[in-house]
Design a protein around this ligand. Structure first.
Ligand code: AHG
Ligand code: MN
Ligand code: MN
Length: 338
């Protein structure tokens, strides 16, 4: 008997589109272009260990450019492809101060915010890194989009996802109808459905946080982390600590195996009173994905991440994200109720 054929990501996107007879195919087209950008970055990431070696020889690439740092390379790869995809009106990248216009004549109805390489401190040590994206429908009428098109709350996202460059490259995305994961078969350059309808455990036994910041945390935050380390067999405590330092990798693991991830505000840097992670490129897309997988994402003072109206492209937000029950317990500690 023949083995069943794998479901490619393009097949999956088209099948989902078919469930919406009014769909124009533009979102499918946009996701298709994102996938090509992701595959390109995946190939670049796999070459990362060689970049320096080849770079020293003064190597220039086919476009005649010098070898770039990987995060800059990922940013320009993404930006150049997406600027001409024909489905976007404006973009924003974690790596760029200002909005990124699309090519003239290629304006479409969506916006894209992205973190081209998340976990960049892990690039040089061969640890998993990723790319995060968030898509909204534009608010302005036509032509080039503007910053207001991008400053929309996470609840309005049309799609969000990430690509993890790990032991395999995987794409995980949602359009609000569940979360689906695809694994890249590098021998044919296709993503195949490997994790349909991901649902994360509501309670877990893992916590992910940069505990080096302990002394800068609030009292509630310190007490919560003490709590997860106490012994209580009924609630699987003490939890195990897992912290990679790449949000994509930490949250990917938590989606599959369960867990709570926290990056709360701390008093370490008075210039960054809201924690480290960025609302548009990191917190909001992951909040959408995690909620779709049955989890929850809040600020450290109990606001739903998806309901925050952004005021700034690079705004930071204190984040608590994970299984529903785990987040509920953390929320009570952070509010001083436990
Ligand atoms: P980026 O590499 O895009 O700047 O993001 C890094 C982020 C996130 O991926 C990770 O969870 C967090 O920074 C780690 O920060 P600490 O080193 O402060 O723990
Ligand atoms: Mn990041
Ligand atoms: Mn980044």
């Amino acid at each position: 008997m023949n083995k069943p054929l794998g479901i490619t990501v393009s097949r999956h996107i088209l099948d989902s589109q078919r469930l919406h007879p009014q769909a124009t195919g533009e979102l499918s087209g946009l996701l298709g272009e994102l996938i090509v950008a992701a595959k390109t970055i995946s190939a670049e990431v796999n070459m990362a260990g060689l970049a320096d070696i080849l770079g020293q020889s003064g190597r220039v690439n086919v476009q005649g450019e010098k070898v770039q740092k990987l995060d800059e390379l990922a940013n320009s790869t993404f930006k150049r492809r997406m600027a001409r995809c024909g489905y976007l009106c404006v973009m924003a990248s974690e790596e760029e101060d200002e909005i990124i216009p699309v090519a003239e004549g290629y304006e479409g109805k969506y916006t894209l915010a992205f973190d081209p390489l998340d976990g960049s401190s892990n690039i040089d040590v061969n640890v998993s890194i990723g790319t995060i994206f968030s898509i909204h429908r534009r608010r302005s009428g036509s032509g080039q989009g503007n910053v207001a098109d991008l400053l929309q709350k996470g609840r309005n996202q049309v799609a969000a996802g990430y690509i993890i460059y790990g032991s395999s490259t995987m794409l995980v995305y949602t359009t609000g109808e569940g979360v689906h994961g695809f694994t890249l078969d590098p021998s044919v350059g296709e993503f195949y459905l490997s994790h349909p309808d991901i649902m994360m455990p509501t309670k877990s036994k893992y916590y992910s946080v940069n505990e080096g910041n302990h002394r800068y945390w609030s009292e509630g935050m310190r007490r919560y982390i003490e709590y997860v380390k106490e012994e209580d067999k009924a609630t699987h405590r003490p939890y195990s600590a897992r912290y990679i330092g790449s949000m994509v990798a930490d949250l990917h693991r938590n989606l599959i195996s369960g867990g709570i991830f926290l990056y709360p505000r701390d008093s370490k840097d008075p210039a960054k009173p809201a924690g480290k992670l960025r609302l548009l490129y990191e917190a909001a897309p992951f909040a959408f994905i995690v909620e779709q997988a049955g989890g929850r994402a809040i600020t450290d003072d109990g606001h739903e991440i998806l309901d925050i109206e952004p005021s700034d492209l690079h705004q930071r937000v204190p984040l608590v994200i994970g299984g529903r029950k785990d987040v509920e317990v953390a929320e009570a500690f952070l509010a001083g109720k436990r």
